[in-house]
Design a binder for this molecule. Sequence first.
Ligand code: FES
Length: 97
Amino acid sequence: MAGTKRLICDAEALIEGGSGVRFMLERAGETVPAFVVRFDGIVRGYINRCAHVPVELDWLEGQFFDSSGLYLICSTHGATYHPETGQCGVWPCSGLS
Ligand code: FES
């Protein structure tokens, strides 16, 4: 519902470049998985779905960052996403034609 606020987690639970918190949200009449992480001091939220194949990104539940802690990474084929924008940066997905 537009304008409804709810608590996902305490802001202090999100550590810079660390684990994210998964949650579900309503989007266009569907319930979809989403997550929040902290990057560059700001809490950022995204739909938990790779842009290439409709799979969730986290490689373990709540683990969205690569080993550098600088990029979000898809656990399926390793595409990386800029945590500031959610835009795909490196696109190694072999699942595309
Ligand atoms: S499904 Fe995410 S990179 Fe291929």
